[in-house]
Design a protein around this ligand. Structure first.
Ligand code: SF4
Length: 339
């Protein structure tokens, strides 16, 4: 069966050519056609011999997933994609002062079951293949006729539950001969799959790691995020500390603000205690209410008070700008329209 060529990193393509008795620099030539010239017909790769064009066509496809629907809000655009097996995923493009960023999906559905998350209502159907992640970006770039500058892997799915494909994806988009997105402009977010955080810390990637924390005590976190019953806070924070020690990189702590649930002053103080002395940066996320889920958004006043407690305790903290609530494109609202 033909494999989609966007599953192939430079290294894998080089090995393919070597195995087929060709020079490995052909990999870069192919990547230039795909990612620079955006040419997807192998027979038009004019600097390759006819036989090699044919061989590529026999072994690979450049088939694309499809944009089924597109929604546009202020500073935000949502793309609903239909995959080859008719499953659906979404990606969100956000226009910041500092550039264009895209939040992509890594799975069809998600098994983590976070209670406040719309995406988590859909059980995991399957992992995305690498090409299905790469193509989300290629199609968005084509649609807006601009280059994407930042990528966050924070849409539908838990990226570390699809670890190998996500790491392969990161390597491809970071490659200067592919999408050339700087490592520091790539963020992968996990709800705390400890064994994968440990693996991730052993990779020599300069990408950013974010931990979806959302609660500062085991009691509360276990209620909101079932993953906490497997990896409790002590275990997760130890693993994050080890990651920071090993990589010398700052970790982002994501904290969604749920009215009267995790936004009390006591929660802020517990959070301060939990991250004391760690090289982290806290991102407070105003919650986007949905019709399906019972949580409410914290008031501006409660968010500000929470923020002040953190600030006064010398925590690096920001409140995330609100995006996309009006088109159901905000965090936790991504979901398949077919559900
Ligand atoms: S917040 Fe992330 S990990 Fe949790 S259910 Fe939603 S998509 Fe899955």
């Amino acid at each position: 069966m033909k494999e989609n060529i966007f599953n192939y990193s430079r290294l894998k393509l080089e090995n393919y050519f070597l195995e087929n008795g060709e020079k490995k620099f052909k990999a870069v030539q192919v990547m230039e056609w795909l990612y620079d010239k955006r040419e997807y017909n192998f027979y038009n790769f004019s600097n390759l011999k006819k036989e090699l064009q044919k061989k590529l066509d026999e072994d690979f496809t450049t088939e694309f997933i499809e944009i089924e629907k597109f929604l546009e809000g202020k500073d935000v655009k949502k793309f609903l994609f239909r995959l080859k097996d008719q499953e659906k995923i979404e990606a969100v493009l956000m226009i910041h002062d500092y550039g264009i960023s895209v939040c992509i999906s890594s799975q069809v559905g998600c098994n983590m079951g976070c209670k406040f998350c719309e995406s988590g209502r859909l059980k995991k159907v399957r992992n995305l293949e690498t090409y299905e992640m790469v193509e989300q970006i290629l199609l968005i770039e084509k649609y807006i006729n601009k280059r994407v500058e930042r990528v966050v892997i924070m849409g539908i799915g838990e990226p570390f539950d699809n670890y190998d494909n996500v790491i392969n994806f990161i390597k491809i988009i970071n490659d200067s001969k592919a999408l050339a997105i700087g490592a520091r402009h790539i963020t992968v977010s996990t709800c705390g799959l400890v064994s994968k955080i440990d693996d991730f810390s052993n990779l020599d990637l300069q990408v950013n790691l974010a931990l979806s924390l959302h609660a500062p005590t085991d009691e509360l976190r276990s209620k909101l995020m079932p993953v906490n019953q497997v990896y409790n806070l002590d275990t997760v924070m130890k693993s994050i500390k080890a990651y920071i020690a090993k990589t010398n990189r700052r970790v982002t702590i994501e904290y969604v603000m749920l009215n009267m649930v995790n936004d009390n002053i006591a929660d802020a103080l517990n959070l301060v205690k939990l991250i004391k002395g760690m090289n982290v940066y806290v991102n407070l996320i105003p919650y986007n209410e949905t019709s399906h889920i019972e949580f409410n958004k914290s008031s501006k006043e409660r968010i500000n008070k929470f923020y002040e407690v953190l600030k006064n305790n010398k925590v690096n903290v920001t409140v995330r700008k609100e995006f996309g609530g009006n088109i159901k494109a905000a965090c936790g609202q991504l979901r398949s329209e077919s559900d």
